[in-house]
Design a protein around this ligand. Structure first.
Ligand SMILES: [Mg+2]
Length: 313
């Protein structure tokens, strides 16, 4: 594999983990609270305020988003394929062993007794119980990795992404937004130009409410997304849109995730997904070293990346 491609793949994985770990700084804060707590902005993990929510994680640790992203990698390393039931088992055992930070939808799905025998059915049941309203970002937060596996074929990536999204999130907005992100990663890895109309065409296969949020990602005004608004901060389309914005307008990896994090809301998830896209675009080499080295479990990522790269051709 060419070194530039390896550099992009490493960028996706570290980009996700760093966005998540740094994004914890403002998770669930309004814009006003962000300004109160971080009047001078945010540089690194040790700047993160230690309140009741944040002090549950050690400095430099990532949260559930990257834990579940790593469940997918672990499953790929074992199965050498995408096996959504195996991934579901991995996520369930992570959760049962004290996995922290899980959102309501995922929590409800994982508590269904027959979860591992039919995770899609369990997710559909929980979605039906929400009157088909719930479209939270608990799947998109972990699925960027699916743009790497089978990276030469969007057809395969699409099927894998749909299947892994639906083990917890059944809403077509969730599935479509996950596929949009893995399509963007597929394009970056294969040097294919990303066109707004192509994104809209893919989105419309799933749900016509996605288009509006693609268009927002093409406006150079992150505030339009109102990420810190408490009423719908965990909406999957907001997370997708922030990542599209980052791809289009961020000047580099660090400033892109910083801008998203300083908007508050579900900032760890928003920065994890945008971080994976920016890591692909700007590559691992361009991520500041201190953000990489100060990750608490950096060596774990290095080991998994090495194993994954040997499986990718
Ligand atoms: Mg999280």
């Amino acid at each position: 594999m060419k070194s530039n491609l390896q550099d992009k793949i490493k960028g996706i994985i570290f980009g996700q983990a760093i966005g998540d770990a740094l994004g914890l700084a403002t998770e669930f804060m309004t814009l006003t609270e962000v300004k109160e707590n971080y009047p001078n902005g945010l540089e690194t993990y040790s700047d993160i305020i230690q309140d009741n929510h944040r002090s549950r994680w050690e400095i430099g640790d990532w949260t559930d988003d990257t834990d579940q992203f790593l469940c997918i990698i672990d499953s790929i390393l074992e199965k050498r394929a995408i096996d959504e039931k195996h991934i579901a088992q991995k996520i369930l055992s992570w959760y049962q062993n004290g996995g922290m930070g899980v959102g309501t939808a995922t929590n409800n799905v994982l508590r269904i007794p027959q979860y591992t025998s039919n995770p899609h059915k369990a997710a559909e049941m929980v979605w039906n119980m929400s009157r088909k309203n719930n479209a939270s970002n608990g799947a998109i937060m972990r699925t960027s990795i699916l743009g790497i596996w089978e990276y030469k074929s969007f057809e395969k990536i699409k099927i894998n992404t749909e299947n892994v999204c639906k083990i917890t999130h059944y809403d077509p907005r969730c599935v479509g937004s996950c596929v949009i992100i893995t399509y963007i990663i597929y394009c970056i890895l294969n040097d294919i130009e990303i066109i707004q109309d192509s994104l809209i065409e893919i989105a419309n296969e799933y749900d016509n409410r996605i288009e509006e949020y693609i268009l927002l990602g093409y406006k150079n005004d992150l505030s339009l997304l109102d990420l810190g608004n408490e009423t719908n901060l965990g909406y999957t389309l907001k997370t997708m849109s922030a990542a599209i914005w980052a791809f289009n307008y961020a000047l580099d990896y660090k400033s892109g995730i910083q801008q998203i994090i300083l908007e508050g809301g579900d900032s760890d998830t928003n920065a994890a997904v945008a971080g994976s896209v920016l890591g692909a675009k700007f590559t691992y080499t361009k991520i500041p070293n201190y953000l990489i080295d100060q990750l608490l479990y950096k060596s774990q990522l290095d080991e998994k990346i090495e194993q994954l790269l040997t499986l990718l051709k």
